[in-house]
Each structure stands twice: as C-alpha cells, then as structure tokens.
Write a protein that binds this ligand. Sequence first.
Ligand code: ADP
Length: 398
Amino acid sequence: MSYVLVINSGSSSIKFQIVDPSAGATDTPLVSGLVEKIGEFRGGLTIKHNGEKHEHVLTIPNHTAGFKRAFAELDRLGCGPTQLDINAVGHRIVHGGTIFSEPVLLDETVVSTLRELIPLAPLHNPANIDGIEVARRLLPNLPHVGVFDTAYFSDLPDSAAVYAIEKSLREEYHIRRYGFHGTSHEFIAGELHKQFDQPAEEINHITLHLGNGASASAVRGGKPIDTSMGMTPLEGLVMGTRCGSIDPGIIFHLYREVGLSIDGIDKLLNKRSGMKGLAGSNDFRDIHQMIKDGSQDAQLALDVYVTQLRRILGSYMIQLGRVDAIAFTAGVGENDPVLRRLALADLENFGVKLDDSRNESVGEGVQLISTDDSPTRVYVVPTNEELAIAQKVDRLVG
Ligand code: ADP
C-alpha cells in the first residue's frame, strides 16, 4: 500500500498526516500529528499511530526544528516518511491567486511564484512556503505537490468574484473574491453527489463548512457560483476568532478614533473577534454551556452567528432558485445539532424540513437529517481535507 504525507504548515503549528488515498472519509489515517507553539518556550509534538497517542513537551524554535523532530519521532515509532512506502508529499497552500487553479508539482519556479503571492495572504502563505522549503530539503527524493484552498473557486462568475471598487486598482492589485476551504467544499460536493441518482450537472446545493474557520458555497450543477470568504479568509460568516463580514467603515473608525495600527486591526479582526470576541470562547461546546449557565454574551454570540449564517444561506437559496441539498460539515456543522436546528428553523415554506430526531442522532458517515418529504435534502457530511489532498496528489503523481 502506498501513502501520501499531507502537510499543513501554519505560522505556529505544523499538522501532518500519512494517508492512504483510497481510504474512506471517516477512516483513521495511519499517522496524524501536530507540532504546536513553534517559537514559544513550551511547544509540543503529538503523534497518533496505531491507536496510541505519543505526546512530548519541548521547545521548537522554528519550522525546520519542528519537521526534524516530528520525522525523528516518526522514525522511532517505525512509521517515518523514509520507512513507509510514501508516494509523494502534499502541501496545503492557502492562496493560489489567479495563477494556480489545479494541484501543482512544487519546484523552485513554483515556490518563487508562491512568494510573489504573499501580499494576497500575508498571514498564511509565508508559513506554507516555510513548510514546503523545509520538507523538500528533508525529503528531497519525493515529489512535493501544492494543493490550493482557492482552486475550487477559481472559475466563480465575475458577478460574484468582483468587488465594486475601481477597475484599475482592482486589476493592478489582484483584488477579487478568491474563496477558501475549496478542498473541503469540493470534497463535500463529491460526497453529496453520491447520494443522488442524477448526474452532478443536475444538482444544486449549498455547503456550510462550519469549523473554527467557516465558509459557505453555492454550487449549481457541480460548479460553484458563490462563496462567502473573499479576497482573504476574513469575509463572510462569523467564525471562531474572525469577525466575518463587517462594514469596512469600522476599520477606518478603529484606525482614526481608537488609534489602532493597521497590523493591530488585522490581529483584532482575525484573532480576537468572532465567537471569541463576542463570548470569550471559540468553542461551541463552551458557548452552549455558558448559555445554560445564563451568559447573555454567549446567547448574543450564538444569535449573531445564526443571523449571519441565515443571511448568507438565504442569499444562496435565492441565487440558486432550486436547492436540492444543503450540507453541514466541519467541527461545528458535523457535531452541533442545536446550531443546525437554528440555522434551518422555519424554512418549511422554502422547502427545507429538518427531521428533529435525525438531526439529534447523527451517526458516522454521510447522514440525511431532513424529513423524507423535504424538497431540499439536508445532510451532515464529514469533511476530510487531508484525504482530499492525498487523493489530488495521488492523481497528479499517478
Ligand atoms: P478548524 O477550522 O480548526 O479545522 P474544526 O472543523 O476542527 O476547525 O472545528 C473546530 C470547532 O468545532 C471547535 O472550535 C468547536 O467550536 C466545534 N466543535 C467540535 N466538537 C463539537 C461538538 N461536539 N459540539 C459543538 N461544536 C463542536
């Protein structure tokens, strides 16, 4: 059996999995691991292999040290990248701009083009590139492939992708809606299509990817026609720590009246807003507990989250005209029946009838949670971005 090593290199963490591309969406990967708190005094390395969890507290000064330590530990456990039959390394890359709309073999030229895209994703692409460079140095004999979060949305209609600002500026500075979480939205579309007898070209659906980051997509006949994240992953739904869509005038206000720097505002809106900013926690399990304990802030946070979700859902229902399916996915979407019920409350007149008991008792795999007579079917569909990346990489390297 051959595997793909999937790497998601962030600014302070590296997530990795060793995945069999022919596995099912809910299968446990052979290995999964996390290097966290890179650059802090107390960092950590966690590896799960053969049902066992191996945890280490250690200082990891940078990405090179993180990869070296992780690979050494994998070797010690007998599942290192050079010990297993690994076909290729897949790197999750957040922003591919308008240049990359398919997975690509990573060579020096591609990496330098990625560097040119950093201004479009200053919070994400630099760490992705660090990961690629270190992994290519440590595993020089394997093909390395980049898989882009933006790729699935690269053909959005201009009417959805273009922002209403001056053409010359827009074009010179590549300002447009790119959309993110594309690997997940594409994977969910594939899983949903398997539930229908008709070909994908005849199915319209909406995917609600509700994790710590959250995004929605409207897909007509297999092609995405709109998505909620924009030029950056900050736009759209309320998220764990990101504000989602706000009046851009608020940014001027924070700058002029509060005296925050541009970097300070960037940090505020990306890291200290969303559910965290509203309720003090970005974990929906905490939010529900806080509501039970009487927290009005937590109740308001949930109300704001649901209102924004329904704004976008409603707009996609109108754009699609007929919606055959709605899919909930990612940490919140897959695990939170309360949120799903609130998101779809009172939509019977629009053809969406949730089955409360199905919604409350979701099992493994793709699950139908609407009533049998609901014109729009509603599903919980587990996402698996690492598997989706492994499958794309496997297809490319053959
Ligand atoms: P990421 O965007 O980091 O990949 P995930 O898709 O893993 O995020 O989602 C993580 C979030 O899922 C958590 O912050 C939490 O809010 C939510 N979550 C996880 N399990 C549950 C649960 N049982 N009930 C409600 N929310 C959950």
